[in-house]
Write a protein that binds this ligand. Structure first.
Ligand code: GPP
Ligand code: MG
Length: 291
């Protein structure tokens, strides 16, 4: 006989919501040249945008194939600079330290942190395909003893409490509720640990989400938060900001160059440029201490 109790305990609890399953479907199917062609250059596969001045002379290259290569290389350089910027805020880490990469994609950010500090890294992604790809990359580099990727939910990682000296989200917060996310970071970080986020957020000073912000949401199946929500949710979860940087101006050259890269553009480029220029959307870095 099935009792009410056994029905409850034997029911398969969904590890993720239906929304998260759709997000996983997106990333399991994603093969954008703007991610794969850039990553191939040095086997650092990023799923975020770039910062800093662009070398626009690449657009003047007369040979068409060489022009495409140089544009690809320049966009990758800007994305890599963004990853290094994030890593530079993780604090003085040692090779014994462990870091947590929430929404790790194909794994580039954890490799960047490991190469910089020699630290252990655990990356988490909802996409089994991304986790497998990233683990294969770590094996290829011979760093799979220290850098590991897991097919898990960043809100409920099952990783060890207090074991992490630093953690981050690089353009992955718009897929989750911030309170749930920051509670998990606060659980995983040791006291005095460092949390860093780079994100696109909508600008409260503009008002509510603009048409462009809504188009970006539809494009990636995400839900961009307002800037204010980051600080409220951090304050509620023992994360105290120590550095806040508006990277909006620094993000423009990447999007200007990407919009002229016919072989890589995905169609969202003009929307990002409009969103940044009309003041409705901001590219933000926040570093916070876990107290
Ligand atoms: C880029 O990933 C980031 C996201 C999908 C999250 C949305 C980010 C915002 C700042 C709103 P990607 O590198 O896979 O995207 P693309 O394929 O466009 O390069
Ligand atoms: Mg990309």
């Amino acid at each position: 006989m099935t009792t009410a109790h056994s029905r409850i305990t034997s029911a398969a609890l969904p590890a993720q919501s239906r929304y998260q399953s759709r997000v996983a479907d997106y990333w399991n199917a994603e093969e954008n040249p703007v991610n794969l062609e850039l990553g191939k250059i040095d086997d650092l596969y990023h799923h975020h945008y770039g910062v800093g001045e662009a070398d626009r002379t690449v657009l003047e290259e007369p040979d068409p194939e060489r022009r495409r290569e140089r544009i690809t290389g320049e966009l990758h350089r800007l994305e890599h600079a963004q990853a290094e910027l994030l890593a530079s805020h993780l604090g003085g880490l040692s090779p014994a330290d462990r870091v947590f990469d929430a929404g790790c994609g194909r794994g580039g950010g954890s490799v960047v942190a490991h190469l910089r500090y020699g630290c252990h890294a655990d990356g988490v992604t909802l996409s089994a395909k991304q986790a497998d790809f990233a683990n294969a990359q770590a094996r290829k580099r011979g760093i799979d003893g220290k850098v590991r990727y897991h097919h898990r939910n960043m809100l409920d990682t099952g990783l060890t409490s207090g074991a992490y000296a630093a953690s981050w989200n690089n353009e992955s917060t718009m897929y989750v509720e911030l309170d749930l996310l920051f509670a998990e970071h606060a659980r995983l970080l040791r006291r005095g640990g460092r949390y860093v986020v780079i994100t696109g957020c909508y600008n409260d000073a503009y008002g509510r989400a603009s048409r462009e912000v809504s188009l970006i949401n539809a494009h990636y199946i995400c839900d961009i938060h307002p800037r204010s929500e980051y600080f409220r949710a951090m304050a509620r979860n023992r994360l105290v900001p120590v550095h806040v940087e508006d990277l909006t101006q620094a993000a423009l050259p990447y999007w200007e160059l990407r919009s002229e890269a016919e072989h890589l553009a995905t169609g969202i480029e003009e929307t990002f440029l409009d969103a940044y220029r009309n003041g409705s959307f901001q590219y933000l870095l926040i570093a916070a201490d876990r107290v």
